[in-house]
Design a protein around this ligand. Sequence first.
Ligand code: SF4
Length: 757
Amino acid sequence: MAFDIEMIKKVYEDLPGKVAHARQVVGRPLTLAEKILFAHLHPSMDTKNFERGKNYVDFAPDRVAMQDATAQMALLQFMQAGRPQVAVPSTVHCDHLIQAKVGAAEDLSTALNSNKEVFEFLASVSNKYGIGFWKPGAGIIHQVVLENYAFPGGMMIGTDSHTPNAGGLGMIAIGVGGADACDVMAGLAWELKWPKLIGIKLTGRMSGWTASKDIILKVAGILTVKGGTGAIVEYFGDGADSLSATGKATICNMGAEIGATCSLFAYDEKMGGYLRATDRADVAELASGVAEHLRPDPEVYASPEKYYDQVIEINLDELEPHVNGPFTPDLAWPISKFADAVRTNNWPEKLEVALIGSCTNSSYEDISRSVSIAHQAVEKNLKTKSEFTISPGSEMVRYTVEKDGLLQAYDVMGGVVMANACGPCIGQWARHIDDPNRKNSIITSFNRNFAKRNDSYAGTHAFVASPEIVTAFALAGDLTFNPLTDTLINEDGKAVKLDEPKGFELPPHGFSVEDAGYQAPAENGEGVEVLVSPDSQRLQLLDPFPEWEGTDLHGLRLLIKAKGKCTTDHISMAGPWLKFRGHLDNISNNMLIGAINGFNDSIDKVKNQLTGEYGPVPATARAYKAAGIGTIVVGDENYGEGSSREHAAMEPRHLGVRAILVKSFARIHETNLKKQGMLGLTFAKKEDYDLVQEDDVIDIVGLTSFTPGVPLTVVLHHADGTEDRISVNHTYNEQQIEWFKAGAALNIIRRQVLQPA
Ligand code: SF4
């Protein structure tokens, strides 16, 4: 059930009534984001309090999308739920594990070999549980979702930060961690802080070299990488309606770079046209039937400042192409100022590689506009001066641009077409460089340009721009070039000037594809075996975590008293460890290896109370676990900040940690701990942190009457025979206490599935 028209029909049937009710509750006209949010409240929600940026609210998303890297643990966990099928339409997309090296065919075949077991697992688990599977080479998750699944007024969560791409088709689409995806697939509610709203009014029309990418590059410059945090960014105005659906998606995609929860455009004819072009005339018709509910109320357009927390206006008539960077996507330069910035800041002027692609900019429109520059290169006898690669966003786009004769021009001008995948955008790039330490410049049409993101070299200055600007720079090989005003010297030694790019919003002869790369799941997956080799180093089936033993916890040992910052990266490091993200036992060897031990200021060096020796945190935890002794981790402020990575909660659970006791938690991590059946506790008096000693034996008392709002007691038995009894707080509600007792939230779901009430 990857695509489900009945589900979409239901959303549209219910929409008018839900919007009317929401207007009544709120007592004023509604923005589009509010309409969609209210329409997707979880049935269990009875709160009337929707204060922006304050209240946490439960939602019922319509669908889930997962990319191959993050899907592994999400699906391994989902298997624990015991459901025969996912609760909502879901898809898996194999795009992150394909390294760009030589060209599409060869790179794809290498990836198929090196990731065989992961792809086989994902294919088989998808087949079993009713999940649509997009094979390696089918394309990048967000482009494929836009082409097949996104629909106006819907709500989706995806295990990737650029999930908001689907806002280009009017969908609230939000990037989440694997645990959230697992919950929704298992039929649980999904929680989000009711977002703030930023309204961006677009007036005028783009022309010439300016593209949708330049709108978001400009917005990033205004709002910076933090400006959208906790907010939905809603675009409106005549200028917004003039943009193609894929152009809208580019803007929503890169809203991730300003920290936005997601971004959104209202339903219009451009979206209808895109839905029809991608074989979804039925969805376009249904959406047109409720069009007024897929746009903000008229009063919002009339006085946006009354309804949004912040309003920004951009006149597209005046918008210049932008180049943003290096090292951060919010360093925004209009093209007229860029050459000066390059010289003034002493950034390497020589452009070494130009790259087109990524989920942000690899639509038919993007490629056709870039190709119009490539055609000029052929006509004007220009050759690329830098390396130039093109990664189409999906097989459908690639097949169509090839059929329409667009790819050939890249060949002639000196470009190389890579696999339909993330490739260099996520560092999956075997870059050829003589000296990796040398300062150098690259330009991409991607979204992120943090140091080392694309090629892992700290000296690489990565800039981002639209595909057409990137193509022009590939021809110039020089960052001080301005295609709007400057000439280039061609192979005949003549000065030539590039004309403005031209493209097609949609393919003039329609999209086509021979094999889009989709594999539908079995109708009944009962007999389907999930393929995981017992000796795999990358994948491991999970065993359910054990239930609470029904008593207070006595005789725990202190595993580590972490000092200072302890983010999810300190708890579960990324980098080389990510290859084990589907193997809980192997990845647990990175548990807390980045945390600073408060007793010796060292990392990954803690005392094993059983032997008196110091050793790595994971090995010490394993020693206690082998001896049947539970442990406790003590931490400082905002413990677990950073990503929503579920491994940071699963690893301690797996290695026998029973409680995390800290001065304060990052909220998402605290929730993740609860879901895994751990105790997440905070010092009632923060200074009690200082009472914890290295050789303490620790009890947690009060669990037999574990109640919301009632503190527990921690007893610290010190080595000198003295003890301290301290009060610790928790934020468990009734349901979360049941998770703790059952050993994990998923254990409860499995029980419900196996023994329905
Ligand atoms: S193309 Fe880049 S930004 Fe997009 S999903 Fe892949 S890695 Fe993420």
